[in-house]
Design a protein around this ligand. Structure first.
Ligand code: CP
Ligand code: NVA
Length: 312
């Protein structure tokens, strides 16, 4: 039975932790010089991009190559999808050539259709609603920096409907992290997207200062995500200056051992200042690096379950 990774709702907390631990193992192996693992020799992975990407495209491509698989990247513009071929037909065709399909899409519903009609695992490389691979790399980074996950407090400041926030909330609750969010009323978290069980366990604050108080992790993402460009002016008016992560807001944390996170790319001067992004609490480039190790762990988890046990 194939397994898809669309939202992380399909995975238990134990499974998410397992993927994170596998990622840490893969990172250690790579640092010991074991870059080329060949665990997925002969496997081919389709990567479909409807939107731009730097980290996801590069990390997934290198992850597949280092595991011995063949990544094949398709811009949606080059596929017949751009001329109206249905997602369901694309899914049935590509899954006869490839062993997995990974896609970055505008509409999450398209990813669900891709998964429904594909006979091979489908992996979400970001949709309008979820960015699960980002959350895996983020919790891996938090575990590295804070040496635990359960019992920590993560405060997300900004757009409560953001894809990165949704995935952080879903994974965070499952991992025992206290997830707080501070966003304008009009951009409050959506219970349908998160699922009622996750929604009722997150803490919603109006004021960013209250949300960050005594938090271990301060997280933000852009105010204008890909596909929302037409709302740019209206969004900036609602979010700024109140929801910017800056030195002043960080004073409200009230402790010094917190970390600042951002999935990147960042819009300096909007959701975060240059000073904070480049400052001593920021771990953003470790997060970006960890996208590589988590991409490998996800590919192995879906295509070769149990590899750690076999190889340890
Ligand atoms: N964080 C992230 O997904 O970056 P890209 O859009 O560059 O892939
Ligand atoms: N929320 C952002 C994340 C980019 C990685 C977007 O969807 O554009």
């Amino acid at each position: 039975m194939k397994r898809d990774l669309l939202t992380l709702k399909e995975f238990s907390g134990e499974e998410i932790l397992r993927i994170i631990e596998d990622s840490l193992t893969l990172k250690r192996l790579r640092r010991l010089g074991m870059k080329k693992l060949d665990l997925l020799k002969g496997v081919s992975v389709a990567l479909i991009f409807e939107k731009p990407s730097t980290r996801t495209r590069a990390s997934f491509t290198v992850a597949a190559l280092e595991l011995g698989a063949w990544p094949v990247s398709y811009s949606s513009q080059e596929l017949q999808l751009s001329r109206g071929e249905p997602v369901r037909d694309t899914a049935r065709v590509l899954s006869r050539y490839h062993d997995a399909i990974a896609a970055r899409v505008y509409r999450h519903a398209d990813l669900e259709e891709l998964a429904r009609f594909s006979s091979v695992p489908v992996i979400n490389l970001l949709s309008d609603l979820h960015h699960p691979l980002q959350a895996l790399a983020d919790y891996m980074t938090i575990l590295e920096k804070k040496e635990r996950l359960s019992g920590l407090t993560l405060a997300f400041i900004g757009d409560g409907t953001d894809n990165v926030f949704n995935s952080l909330a879903i994974a965070g609750v499952k991992l025992g992290v206290r997830v707080r969010v501070s966003s304008p009323q009009a951009f409050a978290p959506n219970p349908q997207v998160l699922g009622e069980d996750i929604y009722k366990r997150i803490e919603i604050y109006e004021n960013p200062e209250d949300a960050v108080r005594d938090a271990d992790v301060i997280y933000t993402d852009v105010f204008v995500s890909m596909g929302q460009e037409a709302q740019r002016e209206e969004r900036l008016r609602v979010f700024l200056p109140k929801y910017q992560v800056n030195e002043n807001l960080l004073k409200a944390v009230g402790r010094d051992d917190f970390i600042v996170m951002h999935c990147l790319p960042a819009h300096r001067g909007e959701e975060i200042t240059d000073e904070v992004l480049e400052g001593p609490h920021s771990v953003v480039f470790d997060q970006a690096e960890n996208r590589l190790h988590t991409a490998k762990a996800v590919l192995l988890y879906l295509l070769k379950p149990g590899w750690v046990a076999e190889h340890s």
